[in-house]
Each structure stands twice: as structure tokens, then as C-alpha cells.
Design a protein around this ligand. Structure first.
Ligand SMILES: [Ca+2]
Ligand SMILES: [Ca+2]
Length: 90
């Protein structure tokens, strides 16, 4: 899920989600292919670390991945509501 420009409240699902607060230049097809692959969570994170970005939109986004291990890409003003299993790249 990509919030894009402006303030967002992003609510994930029960499964594993990618939450991007701002705009992104990432190739989302590549990101999806890695995320839905059979690789382990940690290996997917390692692969996505260089493939995923979130451009700061300068406003506060509220990010909630919900249940499951999620990948949350936030910027300085943003707030991640659940950090239990979240993997922060930013
Ligand atoms: Ca945003
Ligand atoms: Ca989730």
C-alpha cells in the first residue's frame, strides 16, 4: 500500500503487507514479485532494502500494518502504530 503525497492513515490486513508512507519511485512489480516469492521474510527484506523507497511528503502519515509481519517504510514525521513485527527500512 502506498500512501503517496499528503497525510494518510494506512491500515494493513491480517497478512503480510508492505506499507509505504510517501510517494515511491520503486518498481512495484519487482517489489511484489520479491514479496510474494517463497523466500524467507528476512531474505525478502534483504532483497527489498535496495529496491524500495519512500519519498518524504513532509506531512504525518499514520501507518498500521495490522497482524502479520509487515514491511513499513516511513519518513521522519510518520508514526507507525504497531511495531510488534514491523521491519523498518527507513
Ligand atoms: Ca503520505
Ligand atoms: Ca499486516
Amino acid at each position: 500500500m502506498v500512501g503517496g503525497a499528503g497525510g494518510d492513515f494506512i491500515l494493513g490486513s491480517r497478512g503480510q503487507d508492505i506499507v509505504i508512507a510517501g510517494t515511491t519511485n520503486s518498481d512495484l512489480t519487482v517489489v511484489r514479485d520479491v514479496w510474494t516469492s517463497s523466500l524467507r521474510f528476512s531474505d525478502r527484506i534483504d532483497q527489498l532494502r535496495e529496491k524500495i523507497s519512500s519519498n518524504d511528503d513532509g506531512v504525518r502519515d499514520l501507518l498500521f500494518g495490522g497482524f502479520g509481519r509487515d514491511l513499513v517504510q516511513k519518513n521522519p514525521f510518520d508514526v507507525e502504530i504497531d511495531g510488534w513485527f514491523g521491519e523498518l527500512l527507513s
